[in-house]
Design a protein around this ligand. Structure first.
Ligand SMILES: Cc1cc2nc3c(=O)[nH]c(=O)nc-3n(C[C@H](O)[C@H](O)[C@H](O)COP(=O)(O)OP(=O)(O)OC[C@H]3O[C@@H](n4cnc5c(N)ncnc54)[C@H](O)[C@@H]3O)c2cc1C
Length: 447
């Protein structure tokens, strides 16, 4: 079958988002001699990571640097960081992503938000010659004007940071949630409680809602703040009946920092500094004299908690609204590409490992369009950058016409050592990192 990648070689591969996976995609596309164009909505590259830049990553540098990006950077005299160190988000940007964007040059454009992707002169219902028709990428500039850009292929690496899961039940915002967020009583996820946002949190009563790494990080930061400002009160609400699954693999986690996060959280909860509310399902919010009244169904029936601020840590979901004119095939539960969904669905498989996957697993009926990176995991929480780097290596090889390179997918991912629906998988024991080739028998699922 003819496809657009051969018919429109003069057009760029448009990459949406200049996070670690989007920039890695550009490095791979460039290595194959194709033209990349990276469109980033923020004023700077890695705008999403900068928002949680005060948070330290749990994976060391050696898992965070893409191979093609490294080759490009090394040619500029870049100094590689200590591979065993854990960078903060800001360090990841300053020491790796910003130099990478500079090395890629003017193919990386900031302040350009993609608002829609379609095929040129074709809506979703038109099938004739669809695969050989260029994509149309509609972008909104900061001054409000629009541009339609042609593309031979589109790689959506726009992440999920901008859309956190609602706090209410049934996957929906609770009554009063939108208003509480608009008035600032509900903050953004992962605020810098001991840094830039300190004054907002010091001496206040803070409720953290959710069960995952973000909740653990925020609770531990709040505990640091409470040591300095003892009037600070910390409450933690989760939907589950107990919080032990949030501790994850602890010393069985192959990423020591991720395991340590769980252990520190366990110690914090056992020290009773945090007031824990389990089986807590939020049913509504009311403003109460500058404070927030949180209404919920709890273990003993209706509960009510009045706090100064609420920090959501309920995970993220993909914004698919700009893709409505494309023919996509998504997993109905996880909202990941259909063939990837079952490999990462936290109900069945959440060990932090994932079977090797590349271009063929990530493709859609609209040939030449891909969702990669954090967004490719849809609502599943276990994405690691290293997974995204392998995704885009495989896609770039396929776009360049090297099917064998596209299909030879390697993965070397650390395991959590235990499964839960948020902090990681349900394996009973950690397994060795695997090097697997697509086409070989799939590794036995550990869950
Ligand atoms: C607090 C935290 C800690 C994490 N720690 C680790 C870790 O230790 N190790 C690890 O491997 N992973 C970690 N992750 C998970 C994941 O690897 C990161 O979230 C990573 O940033 C995902 O990269 P990405 O390129 O897919 O998306 P992002 O980094 O979110 O980048 C997406 C980019 O797209 C831009 N964008 C969004 N919409 C548009 C649009 N419409 N048009 C143009 N641009 C757009 C955004 O501004 C952003 O710059 C962590 C995640 C979080 C939130």
């Amino acid at each position: 079958m003819r496809d657009i990648t051969r018919d429109h070689q003069d057009l760029p591969v448009v990459i949406i988002g200049a996070g670690p996976v989007g920039l890695a995609a550009a490095a791979h596309v460039r290595e194959w001699g194709l033209t990349a164009l990276v469109l980033e909505a923020g004023d700077t590259v890695a705008a999403a990571i900068r928002e949680w830049g005060h948070t330290r990553l749990f994976s060391p540098w050696r898992y965070n640097i893409d191979a093609a990006a490294r080759r490009l950077l090394e040619a500029t005299g870049w100094q590689e960081p200590d591979l065993e160190e854990l960078p903060t988000g800001h360090e990841l940007v300053d020491e790796y992503l910003a130099p990478l964007a500079a090395a890629l040059g003017d193919v990386v454009r900031t302040g350009v938000r993609v608002v829609a992707v379609s095929r040129q002169d074709m809506d979703k219902t038109r099938g004739h010659n669809r695969a050989t028709t260029p994509f149309l990428v509609r972008v909104a500039r900061t001054d409000g004007s629009f541009d339609d850009l042609p593309a031979r292929s589109v790689i959506d690496a726009s992440g999920t940071w901008a859309q956190h899961n609602p706090l209410g039940r049934s996957g929906l915002p609770a009554p009063g949630e939108t208003e509480a967020a608009a008035s600032g009583l509900i903050t953004q996820p992962l605020p810098a409680v001991t840094g830039a946002d300190r004054e907002r949190f010091a001496g206040r009563h803070i409720l953290v809602v959710g069960a995952g790494h973000s909740a653990a990080n925020t609770l531990l930061d709040l505990a640091d703040l409470a040591r300095e400002v003892p009037q600070t009160r910390i409450s933690w609400a989760v939907r589950s009946a107990d919080v032990s699954r949030v501790y994850g693999g602890e010393d069985r986690d192959e990423l020591a920092a991720r395991g340590a996060l769980g252990s520190r959280l366990r110690a914090l909860v056992e020290s009773e500094v945090v007031d824990v509310h389990t089986s807590f399902t939020i049913t509504g919010f009311e403003a109460a004299g500058g404070r927030l009244r949180v209404l919920a169904n709890g273990t003993t029936g209706s509960e009510e908690l009045t706090v100064d601020l609420l920090v959501p840590a309920t995970g993220f979901r993909p914004d698919l609204s700009m893709l409505t004119e494309l023919r996509l095939e998504l997993d109905p539960a996880v909202e990941a590409p259909r063939r990837l969904g079952p490999l990462i669905d936290p109900e069945f498989h959440s060990c932090g490992s994932v079977e090797p996957h590349g271009e063929s697993v990530l493709s859609h009926p609209d040939a030449g369009f891909y969702i990669v990176g954090m967004k490719s995991y849809g609502r599943a929480p276990t994405f690691l950058m290293a997974t995204g780097y392998e995704q885009v290596r495989s896609i770039a090889a396929a776009l360049a016409g090297d099917r064998a390179a596209a299909d030879e997918v390697h993965l070397d991912l650390p395991e959590t050592g235990v499964c839960s629906t948020d902090l990681g998988g349900s394996c009973d024991a950690p397994v060795e990192p695997q090097l697997v080739t697509v086409g070989a028998p799939a590794p036995t699922s550990c869950c």
